[in-house]
Design a protein around this ligand. Sequence first.
Ligand SMILES: [Zn+2]
Length: 189
Amino acid sequence: MNHAQLTALGRALRLLGEHGEALTGDTPDARLHEVKADLRRALDLLEESVTTAAPSTRCTEHPTGPVDESAPDLCLLCETRRRAARRAEFNGPAAPGPPTESAPSRYGVRGDRPQPQQRWLPELWNGQEWQLCGTPRRDRREAELYLAAQRRGSRPAMAYRLVHEFTDYEVLRVWGTPVRIDIEPMGNL
Ligand SMILES: [Zn+2]
């Protein structure tokens, strides 16, 4: 808006204000037609002064960007960025391994469940069956040393054994074709 436009627009708007002040129930139709003409003139002046499109969002960075009705500032681009930040916060800092993005599910994803692990269980023969005789160990050598100490004890059992426990997940069969898709409509902007 240049200075001439500013002056003209200001004058036109102030004139409309005066019309408003003077308005009563007795205002004749001729006067109302005058008001109508002045309103049109003010509107024309406004349209000449405004050169950019009306903002579609309340975001100062992307005023005419795509709209997300659910976002507080209506800005889809910023809301996408905020959602990604919230998700990163939820998933914890710098989660190792592949991206943990997934469709929302109350069952979680494979990575949320325990990692494959192995343990060594010291067991003794109690006369009827094998039973656990100590804390399961993460380390095989440690479990063997423990059993050796048990055998040298004052009243050792008839027999001992070391059991290797290994838990893992094995995919048995896959139905369909898993293709990675973007969750966010404009996630790479
Ligand atoms: Zn924005």
